[in-house]
Design a protein around this ligand. Structure first.
Ligand SMILES: *Cc1c(COP(=O)(O)O)cnc(C)c1O
Length: 388
């Protein structure tokens, strides 16, 4: 069997990337103006079936702008997941607001049952404001992450947000291409349910611009405001008149050239990811003590990341990662819980049970779009030998 290195999640740039980037260089449109930026925004908006989108430097800046536009201030609180990448939560602190860490369910996304219980039992709802009784803070927004490309339970989460007047920022940075196939939301894409939806094109995401992000929004005026804030809030471009504190968060034409070429291949990438997922699942579910975590029924997932779960044993995780490494295969544990990390020491948490359980038991295995079926077999055989 081949001994070639298998990476966890790396870019796949075999389409029109070089052509478009060369064009951007040859025309000398390399910065934040240039035709690829607006073209990429337009094509991405079309892909997720919304009227418009605004590009950003990365997913983190998209989330930062979105939370600001939800009206979150340093007096407020934001409900966030504890089991996710820290970039979903840091923007709350950029603003100076406080996070309230919520548990996940078996989808690894925010648990709507606990969310509801928290709002009902821990908060007061007066004058249209949900107040966390323990801190007195107004809960103005929540960040819902579609973890690993799996759709969060939007059917259950949205009515809770509506009832308690909580604005929703969808962190769809891992879930571009995921949509409902059944139910009242059939055809709706991850990122298009909340007040704002954020995408990322970081190097490990399903499509990449090297680094980059995108914002979509329910309200076109708020989306226009987002664009204003990403471009230094210029009120009068010619005379350098600015009417707010803005940011330099705009994507460059070079990044967008890559993005456009990547977007052309997105559906093919999802096909490969789906096939590889199914191959893993078929084999690993047969191994005693392990399974591959499901994606939500009634959705077409983008199958971005695959989670192998140790069902009974929490000692296997690190040993398996080590064993894979010895076989030149890259893997990783799921993220350390954000509420356990130093910058969030003492933060408000609510009944965290499943998140710590999964944290100890999940290994993410290679899922690049250039991973072949033979590659998947090699990973499976190392896992099988490890477990026997
Ligand atoms: C990647 C990611 C981000 C941040 O995106 P960047 O483009 O890397 O800034 C935010 N949230 C989650 C859940 C992510 O996986």
């Amino acid at each position: 069997m081949s001994d070639e290195f298998i990476a966890l999640s790396v870019p796949n740039l075999k389409g029109n990337e070089l052509k478009y980037v060369t064009d951007a260089v040859e025309t000398e449109w390399v910065s934040t103006a240039g035709p690829y930026v607006s073209d990429f925004e337009k094509k991405l908006a079309e892909y997720v079936h919304v009227p418009a989108a605004v590009s950003t430097q990365n997913g983190t800046s998209a989330l930062h702008i979105s939370l600001m536009l939800c009206g979150v201030t340093r007096e407020d609180a934001v409900i966030v997941p504890t089991l996710t990448f820290i970039a979903a939560v840091n923007p709350t602190k950029y603003i100076g607001a406080e996070p309230i860490f919520m548990d996940c369910d078996d989808s690894l996304c925010m648990d709507p049952v606990k969310l509801k219980k928290f709002c009902e039992e821990e908060c007061d709802f007066t004058d249209g404001k949900l107040i966390d009784r323990a801190t007195g803070r107004h809960i103005k927004a929540m960040v819902v992450v579609h973890v690993f490309g799996n759709m969060a339970d939007m059917e259950a989460i949205l009515p809770i947000a509506e009832k308690y007047n909580i604005r929703v920022v969808e962190d769809a940075t891992e879930a571009l291409g995921t949509y409902y196939t059944e139910g009242k939301f059939a055809g709706r894409f991850a990122g298009t349910f909340g007040d704002f939806g954020c995408y990322s094109f970081n190097g490990n995401k399903i499509i990449t611009t090297g680094g980059g992000g995108m914002i979509v929004a329910k309200n076109p005026e708020e989306l226009a405001h987002a664009k204003h804030l990403t471009t230094q809030a210029k009120a009068d471009q010619a005379n350098f008149i600015h009417d707010e504190i803005g940011f330099n968060y705009r994507m460059t034409n070079l990044q967008a050239a890559l993005g456009l070429a990547q977007l052309e291949q997105l559906e093919d990438f999802i096909k490969t990811k789906t096939a590889n997922y199914n191959q893993y699942k078929e084999a690993i579910d047969k191994i005693e003590g392990l399974h591959v975590q499901d994606f939500r029924p009634g959705t077409r997932s983008n199958y971005w990341f695959y989670s192998v779960v140790f069902e009974n044993d929490e000692t296997g995780r690190d040993a398996l990662i080590e064993e894979l490494k010895e076989n030149h295969i890259q893997s990783r544990p799921i993220w350390g819980l954000i509420s356990d990390q130093l910058p969030y020491e003492g933060a408000r948490t609510y009944d965290l049970v499943k998140a710590p359980w999964y944290w100890k038991r999940v290994v993410n295995v290679p899922c690049s779009t250039n991973l072949t079926s033979e590659g998947v077999d090699r990973v499976i055989s190392v896992i099988r030998n490890f477990m026997s």
